[in-house]
Design a protein around this ligand. Structure first.
Ligand code: SF4
Length: 235
């Protein structure tokens, strides 16, 4: 079996017990926890291998050029982040985090990906040192972004990258593809369990998940609580 197939199968398997556990909100959070553990374990395994250019990965704590992009998540991830924040797992208080999310949402709501980047506004989960306050449970999309050229990430943000640079390779392919496959498998598993798979904007979706009573239960039951956080098709 090819590596991609293995990753997809394992990620689909994280939903195995969801039905057995009566589709309870805790079972959805457990599936997401399992997918994150899988992501961490693949990252460790990849980094330990002798793969060309892995030593060129430039990402480091405090480098956050890529944290100015629009981030897409699905509902299980948004609900999982909200649950973790509520239990105090972020590195700032829940109240402060809610304020940061609301402040960013006021400035980014309705922007498309290009407008969001042009606004040059950092993610609501960045702290003053440009570190991610939810690093251990950050979205899958963030996990796959491993740059081999931090200057180029900066140039993308400033809009100074040349067309040639834009078309070049700046993300390391191996960790990117592993995270993409994992994400695909996780989404397949949720669809197989009759759940929606809409792509949501991170800030708006976490606000909904934090502020909606019984959010996970209602979403699992089919209520479209995230409709205002949905990204347009192809965004
Ligand atoms: S969630 Fe964390 S890693 Fe992802 S964009 Fe926000 S600050 Fe960056």
């Amino acid at each position: 079996m090819a590596l991609a197939d293995t990753i997809i199968a394992l990620a689909r398997g994280t939903w195995r017990r969801f039905s057995e556990r009566n589709r309870a909100p805790e079972a959805l959070l457990a599936a997401t926890d399992a997918a994150i553990a899988l992501s961490d374990s693949f990252t460790r395994e990849i980094m330990a291998r002798d793969i060309p250019d892995l030593n060129r990965i430039a990402c480091a704590n405090g480098c956050a050029w890529c944290c100015h992009y629009q981030v897409g998540v699905t509902a299980p991830q948004a609900l999982h982040i909200a649950a973790k924040l509520t239990e105090g797992a972020g590195t700032r208080s829940l109240e402060e985090q809610k304020q940061k999310l609301a402040a960013l949402d006021r400035r980014t709501r309705g922007l498309d990906a290009a407008q969001r980047l042009k606004a040059r506004l950092g993610c609501a989960f960045l702290d003053a040192q440009n570190a991610c306050t939810i690093y251990a449970f950050r979205p899958f999309g963030c996990r796959g972004a491993n740059s081999i050229d931090a200057d180029l990430c900066h140039a993308f943000l400033e809009g100074t990258a040349t067309p040639e640079q834009r078309n070049g390779n700046w993300l390391h392919k191996v960790p990117y593809e592993a995270q993409r496959d994992l994400q695909d498998g996780f989404h397949m598993g949720s669809l197989e369990n009759g759940l929606r798979d809409d792509r949501l904007e991170l800030t708006a979706a976490v606000i909904v998940a934090l502020n909606t009573p019984d959010a996970a239960q209602r979403w699992i039951a089919g209520e479209d609580i995230f409709k205002d956080a949905r990204l347009p098709e192809g965004a």
